[in-house]
Design a protein around this ligand. Sequence first.
Ligand SMILES: [Zn+2]
Ligand SMILES: [Zn+2]
Length: 330
Amino acid sequence: MRALALSDTGVSLRTDYPTPTPRPGEVLVRVLRAGICETDLQLVGGYIGGTTRSRSGRPGFRGVLGHEFVGVAESGVFEGRRVVGEINCSCGECETCRAGHPTHCSSRSVLGILDHDGAFADMIAVPERNLHVVPDEVETDAAVFTEPVAAAFQIPAQLNVTRTDRVVVLGDGRLGNLCAQVLSTLTPYVTVVGKHSHKLALLRSLGIATCPLSELPPERMADIVVDCTGSDTGLPTALGIVRPRGTVVLKTTVAGTQTLALAPIVIDEVTVIGSRCGPFGKALTALQDGSVKVLPLISVRFNLSEGVDALEHARSKPVLKVLLDVTAVP
Ligand SMILES: [Zn+2]
Ligand SMILES: [Zn+2]
């Protein structure tokens, strides 16, 4: 089968990649559409972080990339239906899993990120319990966004957001946009701070207030600041605008090591929360009822066979979402 795979020599499109053999509990899914995300670009760029170090001891992920996808289940209870898949493949038996935190299972693999081939391929093997059926009303293109929309819904899953909270989202990219849309369903006081005029304009067209980074007032007024910058400047900026006893949510990982004065966190009693994968059910509901709009985020699409070009486009151009068409229909 075709697969966009990362090896020691870099990323390449393979046409002879072996079709995955499902592990116990897994089913094969024929991929229809996949989305390129920042994590994919970091993996290609040689990002070696704690969460991407392979358990086999090699420096970073090797295998088929891709974790945002929609496909058709080839077997099992969802056979023939469009499905999306949660990305953490957990053991289901350890203390963490039994406590209800499978995304933190210490022996987990992660689709396209850690010890498990991903979705930039004709086929992917996914644990059946990770699968969710896509409602008929949700277009295949929109369903590709289920995973990042779910990640945005993890913020209200971790933190009580009220109708009076003033929220600032740092970063006008894919994740910042989705986090702002999700938080806007909870409070009308959401502002996105970014650097790209066309991305900020898109947010305004979705009814969300924006502010160019260069015009950010040095006021410490925000109850909640969500850092979606993927940059080492994100947290210092957040600490500069969060109110005393406010909350900073870190939504993106930053490659490399950071140096940051932590005293302001103590002095101002700021709560800092790390936030990662979230509830797929809530995401699919939001895509179905239109409370989160994702189709305007699609910048360009490539065929899987042009996957290397697609990655380069996503890396080098100021685009929002780059989609990969794997199967032409439906
Ligand atoms: Zn992602
Ligand atoms: Zn476990």
